[in-house]
Design a protein around this ligand. Structure first.
Ligand code: ATP
Length: 410
């Protein structure tokens, strides 16, 4: 996989405009990469049992009734039914949509139905070499049971001798990263950086609903960033990539350092143990970035960035707090260094004045105006991605099991 991924990265470099902040295939903390990192494998007590959940989440009555009110078609794509029994040889691979730390995501055509799917391909050899076996099994376990209008649907998982595969709904609208940062592909990016405040509110509100749902399911997401929010064909964002999510009963006041450094909460950086309020922090970073086009504690030296996260107060450009008082106040409440002083949860955040006027039920039912609808030509349109054709010489490192059948539950 390392060979495969390096090839894909090379291919990508040739065909795609470079992104300032695209994850590299690295988990080093000495460089400036903002790849999602999980240093679990470097922990001395990696195999020690994780502490039980300090805070239990439960699906609240409000949430149950809100979700019950949403048309079924919004919760589970009608396409799900068609994708229950996908076979690998039913999929025609068309090219590469994205490269993450642990997987290459490809666009594929499901020949029997003619539909587009995203196929995340993960090499078993690479997973074993990075000691990520538990995480990939957990990603599958967490993701398969999620059904929400703003969470990417995982239809099915598959495997062969060398790879694991996640068959996902294809989201053709591209990453929210592109909307915030691309000079050429974003119709709403402001010349001064960031997005118009109505667009910020829309995307932030969708993310609040997704996180509220995940937390109510007992899942801490732990990898919130613009790259993990991808737009569907109607322009609604969906959360993807549950590689760092922790399910109820497995997590989690623990010392794991995971996520992308730019969005990491101070308690994660300090390995002081964390809970769902780490997502509240990351939401604050994301809200800042949506408003201003940069993250609040960024430094190209990762150690300095971590110091800033732990020690520096959030600072706004001149005039921002006066002009956007509610946004600045919500960001500041989410970016309190001490979790106990932070905005306590997503339900609380929904009632903040910044979201005054948001019709949450209509949003959940996907009945509101979106900031922009991606201009797409058909279900297989990849123009919102730095799409690269498939490499015919792609090589996947063969996997030789040492007898530990860790992938049997995938
Ligand atoms: N369902 C999808 N539809 C469209 N594009 C997708 C989809 N899933 C993933 N992508 C693209 O592929 C990229 C990498 O996917 P993903 O984040 O799942 O990989 P990863 O290896 O877990 O990455 P990370 O470095 O964040 O851990 C995404 O940022 C996105 O651009």
């Amino acid at each position: 996989m390392r060979v495969m991924m390096l090839r894909c990265v090379e291919l990508f470099k040739r065909v795609a405009a470079p992104k300032a902040r695209k994850p590299e295939v690295s988990t080093s903390i000495s460089g400036a990469s903002t790849a999602s990192v999980d240093l679990d494998e470097k922990q001395p007590n990696d195999d020690a049992p994780e502490e039980p959940l300090a805070i239990k989440f439960s699906r609240t009555d409000t949430m149950a009734s809100e979700l019950d009110a949403v048309p079924e078609a919004c919760l589970v794509s009608p396409a799900t039914i068609a994708f229950e029994h996908v076979q690998l040889n039913d999929l025609e691979i068309l090219g590469i949509l994205g490269i993450g730390t642990y997987g290459v995501v490809k666009l594929a055509r499901h020949r029997p139905s003619g539909r587009a799917v995203a196929l995340k391909v993960i090499s078993k050899e690479y997973i074993v070499s990075m000691r990520q076996e538990k995480h990939i099994i957990r990603e599958r376990f967490v993701h398969l049971r999620l059904r929400h209008p703003f969470v990417t649907t995982l239809y099915q998982t598959l495997q062969d001798d060398n790879c694991l595969y996640l068959v996902l709904e294809y989201l053709p609208g591209g990453e929210l990263y592109t909307v915030v940062h691309s000079e050429t592909k974003s119709p709403i990016k402001l010349p001064t950086g960031g997005l118009p405040m109505d667009a910020v509110r829309f995307y932030a509100a969708c993310i609040v609903l997704a996180l509220e749902y995940l937390h109510a399911q007992g899942t801490i997401y732990r990898d919130l960033k613009l790259e993990n929010l991808v737009l569907d064909s109607l322009g609604y964002p969906k959360v993807l990539d549950f590689g760092f999510a922790k399910p109820d009963g497995v997590a989690t006041r623990n010392g794991t350092m995971c996520g992308s450094v730019e969005y990491m909460a101070p308690e994660i950086v300090s390995r002081n143990g964390h809970d769902h309020r780490a997502d509240v922090w990351s939401f604050g970073v994301l809200l800042y970035e949506l408003c201003l086009g940069a993250t609040p504690f960024y430094h190209d030296n990762t150690r300095e960035q971590m110091r800033r996260i732990k020690e520096d107060p959030v600072a706004f450009p001149n005039g921002f707090e006066e002009e956007y008082t509610a946004a600045a106040d919500l960001i500041s409440r989410c970016l309190e260094k001490m979790p106990d002083a932070r905005a306590s949860d997503m339900t609380h955040i929904k009632s903040h004045p910044f979201f005054a006027g948001v019709e949450w039920h209509r949003l959940l039912a996907r009945e509101v105006d979106v900031p922009f609808v991606p201009e797409l030509h058909g279900a297989f349109d990849t123009s919102r991605f730095d799409f690269a054709p498939e490499d015919p010489d792609e090589f996947v490192e063969p996997y030789e099991s040492d007898g530990d059948d860790w992938a049997k539950d995938f």
